[in-house]
Write a protein that binds this ligand. Structure first.
Ligand code: SME
Length: 157
């Protein structure tokens, strides 16, 4: 599957109402993973209070199923309110390793009505795997994922 098709199908999964919230997000991470052979882990974290709780993901299991805001790349994105692209995770002081092979990471915040409700977290075993175009392609999906994440996070709080 090429990237454009993956983005189109992910858009449909988030908007056509055929899937419940968790299934729609799972489909999105599956599509992104499938379309990017250099991406080794793609997942959603839900913001519940002051913690990020692991939601749907594709890739190796991670011990980081709960991440406090302010911790790691994921928690720093929420704390600063900024998407983060890290070309070399070894240069990040409070990086939380998911897999030993991970070298770069991108976190795209998911917002609903301006509130951060979660994030898309993507790892790669390549250095500098994420280009500005990747962020541009993912951002609209993150916006569409907002209501889904808000409902799932509310159910966990
Ligand atoms: N690397 C992340 C933790 C999440 S796992 O990679 C899936 C971080 O530093 O926050």
């Amino acid at each position: 599957m090429d990237r454009e098709q993956a983005i189109d199908e992910a858009h449909a999964a988030l908007t056509d109402g055929a899937l419940d919230d968790a299934a729609a997000l799972k489909r999105v991470v599956e599509l992104l993973f499938e379309a990017h052979p250099t991406w080794s882990w793609v997942g959603v974290y839900l913001l519940v209070g002051d913690k990020l709780i692991l939601g749907p993901y594709v890739g190796p299991d991670t011990e980081h199923t709960e991440i406090p805001v302010g911790t790691g790349v994921c928690g720093s994105a929420v704390e600063t309110g900024r998407n983060l692209v890290v070309g070399n995770v070894k240069q990040v002081g409070n990086y939380l390793a998911c897999s030993p092979g991970t070298q770069s990471e991108m976190v795209v915040l998911i917002k609903d009505d301006g509130d951060i409700v979660g994030e898309l977290d993507i790892d790669s075993d390549d250095l500098d795997a994420f280009a500005p175009e990747d962020l541009d392609a993912i951002r609209p999906l993150a916006d569409l994922a907002g209501p889904h994440c808000r409902r799932l996070a509310a159910a966990l709080s």
